[in-house]
Design a protein around this ligand. Structure first.
Ligand SMILES: O=c1ccn([C@H]2C[C@H](O)[C@@H](COP(=O)(O)OP(=O)(O)OP(=O)(O)O)O2)c(=O)[nH]1
Ligand SMILES: [Mg+2]
Length: 176
């Protein structure tokens, strides 16, 4: 019987490892990066875009420019997760990431909903969303452990009336 667990996304078949807990008492399943990804330094992104705006004497305010060019980077894991309807997978950072690599999870914690699994847009591909607060770009290599996932139960409110079906992630569920 399937209760909760991980599977590999179709395109990554045979190319990635399923998440594992590192020790007997670990709460989190460690996820690996499925590809080499560069997470650019936010300072570099910000300074470059500010300079461009100043040199071009653009009318667009520098703040607007910064907002457009300083973005988190999505790091693919090649993994999807299935679970019960009253459960979610909480993605959290590794405590060593800010200390050693200047990597922050841009969304604080990530919430992987049970209905994200096998959604029609991206099959339920789990991504970690990083900002690099370091001064230099950070190269994440395929196979590096980037974060962890903890399965948790959640409660529903008396007024609960969810109606829609999930079709994707990252802002797919409405206009705003
Ligand atoms: O760090 C994250 C956060 C979310 N997701 C995926 C799984 C989740 O089920 C879906 C939607 O996430 P969330 O509800 O937090 O974001 P949203 O901005 O509300 O998007 P949506 O409108 O699709 O719900 O995106 C990730 O892969 N990584
Ligand atoms: Mg949502």
């Amino acid at each position: 019987m399937k209760t909760r667990g991980f599977e590999v996304i179709t395109n990554y078949d045979g190319k990635v490892n399923l998440p594992v807990r590192a020790t007997f008492g670990a709460a989190g399943y460690d996820f690996e990066a499925a590809e080499d990804v560069v997470v650019p330094s936010i300072w570099k992104q910000g300074i470059a875009s500010t300079l461009k705006a100043v040199l071009k004497k653009e009318t667009l305010s520098v703040n607007e420019k910064l907002q457009k060019e300083v973005k988190p980077t999505l790091v693919p894991t090649g993994i999807k997760a299935y679970m019960g309807p009253d459960e979610y997978l909480q993605l959290t950072n590794r405590s060593s990431n800010p200390l050693k690599n200047y990597l922050w999870l841009a969304n604080g914690v990530g919430v992987i909903d049970s209905d994200y699994y096998n959604n029609p847009d991206n099959e339920g591909h789990i991504m970690f969303q990083f900002l690099n607060f370091g001064l230099v770009d950070k190269k994440i290599q395929k196979g590096d452990r980037i974060g962890q996932g903890i399965f948790l139960p959640f409660l529903k409110a008396d007024q609960d009336k969810a109606t829609a079906e999930r079709v994707g992630g990252f802002g797919s569920s409405g206009k705003n």
